[in-house]
Design a protein around this ligand. Structure first.
Ligand code: BGC
Length: 729
């Protein structure tokens, strides 16, 4: 057993390793230093013969590079493969410096949790700390010691496909989730005393602002909003002790981030206090040429290394050019030395010099606990959007028509960015209904690609559906988007779900069938027609390897849905950007800000979500309605469960700064708490809200809490009406 617990204290501080790092640095040749700042992608060799590493004698092969100390880290998973690679680095290279093994562990590794936008709907950072602890253990057992996660880009434009990977629109919710995830990943392995994996938050910074939702596109926003909202989750991840950050591909406010000393060094290191290393995103150092801010690859390497990109992911640019740069100019030599120091510090902090080889733990992989957690999180991520006339929960003794290709597709249940095949058991909705012995018949309903069904086929298939529906007591219609419509490079110009699905629903309703729709998607969708037509609508997202079972739990009443939207659902794509913390307009938005052909309101507001219970807010009190800027607002709220079943309520608090020196949002989330209520019970929920959450950002980028009158809004979602005044002195 280890004698010491090397838990990373926040923010990550490299100073305890400085002497060891310096000693090693002094022994390194320039080529070896350059090796440390080079990340190779060798995952492609999966399934190929003999590791596809080439022979040690073959110049340029991975084997050769590892032995010459030309690689500091690799993107690769697989216990045996990584052990083999580590052996080469440790035993056959001159200095024996261990490798980092990085991998994308975005929502679980072998046990897959719902997509991150889904798990953000739990509004429960503590359960997300747990999911990442489980993911870290599965990844560790698969040879990984560094995860390219959490992804914490704030996003208010669901056209962007990568909205699926983050925690939605709000800086407070996203920051609390970012912190929890970093802590969960960096859980200490009791066998070694060091964290299982290093967490690498991404994509720093502002990537979620991609113009028009087009991936990799330029981003522009005023610096006040950038600092006040978009930067918060990254700062929170730094505070939680993340050892790594990934720089983003995009241009932000006129600078390519990969080339920006301002964002990578002045803000990330000097302002936020980040002490780990920065890795570029895939190939982005070389892409400086496409951005036309570098004339050639050597130029690109010089710009990125001096900006603060410590490690080059997969472009080979540092490997090919940094040795020459080192010799050309002491400025580059210093930047390269500094980058090597940062990377070595993280290797020491992970204990790799003592324990270079991961241990295989088959019991970590898809353990019964992790599968149970996946089911629990998937239940808690589901958001009940509609439940007309108490349609849900469904009666288990009745017979149902289960409808839709998405009900029978494991890949689509699991969601984007699940790179390794999930471990059994796993359930689609159909699989879960079979296993649960529900009485049902299944029909595919629609093809994912509408063009596959011509008008005749459509008509005959719809007729089949309608006659099957006649034989059943109700319809469960699983609709939405396939997983490939969200994720990287999967922007969408529309937000509607495919027309063929709506057409089918319309036909069912024309015949008077009762339809429970289960919506699977990786973004906020404009699902107005589905929500109007459906008797009940459950948003399931792409909800991971236990998703189908969790859907059944929710619709058949084995759990009471409690998820809340972490992102606003618009009526129409044309309303974007739309979110709960808009600045006030000089004229009432409902009247003057509306569109000629659409309301200014969203379809479903941020924080929204129903349950099977009626919850009443009986009142709220602020214990200290006058407080100072370094104090904490203490609020007590009484809520009551008027139903016969237990329920979990997320009490939300929003604030408005009544008069401020710069424009501030109409309201903005400042706190929330979850409360479990037994049937017919009341509870008093305490909210402790640090006054720092009432801050604003001045034009010269000072975050300050101004004295004056404020309003606190408390309730069930971002439209809540219960309000209380308070004063900051
Ligand atoms: C993505 C990153 C990912 C990296 C490595 C890039 O294309 O933007 O999020 O971590 O690839 O897979």
């Amino acid at each position: 057993m280890p004698t010491q617990n090397h838990l990373i204290k926040a923010p990550f501080d490299p100073s305890p390793y400085a002497d060891m790092v310096e000693e090693l640095l002094n022994k390194m040749t320039v080529a070896e230093k350059v090796g440390q700042i080079n990340l190779e992608c060798v995952d492609d060799f999966e399934g190929l013969t003999e590791w596809n590493l080439g022979s040690p004698a073959e110049e340029g092969s991975i084997m050769d590079k590892l032995r010459r100390g030309c690689v500091g880290a690799v993107i690769c998973r697989g216990f045996e493969k990584n052990t083999k690679l580590q052996q080469i680095a440790v035993k056959e290279s001159r200095l024996g410096i261990p490798l980092l093994f990085g991998y994308d562990v975005i929502h679980g590794h072998r046990t897959i949790f719902p997509i991150p936008l889904g798990t953000a709907s739990t509004w429960d950072p503590s359960i997300l700390e747990k999911t990442e602890e489980f993911a870290a253990k599965e990844a560790y057992s698969d040879g990984i010691n560094w995860v390219f996660a959490p992804m914490i880009d704030l996003c208010r434009d669901p056209r962007w496909g990568r909205v699926a990977e983050g925690a939605g629109e709000d800086p407070l919710l996203a920051s609390l989730i970012a912190q929890a995830k970093v802590k969960g990943f960096q859980t200490v392995n009791p066998d070694t005393g060091y964290p299982y994996v290093a967490a690498g938050f991404k994509h720093y910074c502002g990537y979620g602002l991609s113009e028009g939702g087009r991936d990799y596109d330029a981003c522009s926003i005023n610096e006040q909003t950038l600092m006040m909202d978009y930067m918060k989750p990254y700062a929170a991840a730094v505070d939680a002790g993340a050892m790594n950050a990934m720089s983003s591909f995009n241009v932000l406010n006129g600078e390519v981030v990969t080339a920006s000393r301002y964002y990578l060094t002045e803000i990330l290191r000097e302002k936020f206090g980040f002490g780990g290393f920065v890795v570029s995103d895939y190939g982005s150092v070389a892409e400086l040429i496409e951005h036309r801010v570098a004339g050639d690859l050597k130029d690109a390497a010089s710009i990125a290394i001096t900006a603060g990109v410590d490690m080059d992911m997969a472009s080979g640019t540092y490997l090919d050019h940094c040795e020459a740069l080192y010799k050309d100019d002491s400025r580059f030599a210093e930047a390269i030395d500094e980058a090597v120091r940062r990377i070595l510090s993280v290797k020491f902090a992970l204990g790799l010099f003592e324990h270079p080889y991961n241990e295989e733990h088959p019991e970590f992989t898809a353990s019964s606990e992790s599968i149970e957690l996946a089911r629990e999180v998937a239940r808690k991520s589901a958001v009940l959007l509609e439940n007309k006339n108490g349609t849900l929960p469904l009666d288990k003794s009745k017979k149902y028509l289960l409808l839709g290709q998405l009900a029978d597709s494991l890949r689509n249940m699991i969601g984007t960015w699940a790179l390794c095949s999930p471990e059994l058991p796993h359930h689609t909705v159909k699989g879960a209904m079979e296993e649960g012995n529900y009485s049902f018949v299944y029909h595919v309903g629609y093809p994912m690609d509408e063009s596959e069904w011509d008008a005749d086929l459509r008509a005959s298939q719809f007729d089949e559906v309608l006659s099957l529906a006649d034989e059943c007591d109700g319809v469960i219609f699983v609709c939405g988007e396939p997983e490939s419509w969200s994720g990287e490079c999967s922007g969408s110009a529309t937000l509607e779900i495919p027309g063929i699905q709506t057409e089918l629903l319309r036909k069912l309703k024309e015949k008077g069938h009762r339809v429970t729709s289960v919506l699977m998607c990786g973004r906020a969708v404009a699902c107005r027609e589905i929500s109007e037509l459906s008797d009940a609508l459950l948003l399931a997202w792409h909800n991971g390897s236990e998703g189908g079972a969790a859907v059944c739990d929710c619709i058949f009443g084995d759990c009471n849905p409690s998820g809340r939207l972490p992102i606003t659902f618009p009526y129409h794509v044309g309303q974007i950007p739309i979110h709960h913390a808009l600045l006030s307009s000089g004229r009432p938005r409902e009247r003057y800000g509306r569109y000629r052909n659409c309301t200014a309101e969203p379809l479903y507001p941020f924080g929204y979500g129903l349950s099977y219970s009626e919850i009443r807010y009986n009142g709220a009190v602020i214990d200290n309605p006058t407080l100072s800027a370094d104090d904490t607002l203490r609020v007590r709220v009484e809520i009551e469960n008027l139903s016969d079943i237990p329920v979990c309520e997320t009490v939300q608090a929003y604030f408005k700064d009544n008069v401020s020196s710069v424009p501030t949002p109409e309201r903005k989330l400042c706190g929330f708490a979850k409360a479990e209520l037994a049937p017919h019970s009341k509870v008093e929920v305490a909210l402790l809200i640090p006054a720092s959450r009432f801050a604003l950002m001045t034009r010269d980028l000072r975050e300050i809490v101004e004295s004056g009158e404020f309003t606190l809004f408390i309730g069930h979602d971002s439209t809540c009406k219960l309000s209380l005044p308070f004063t900051i002195e």
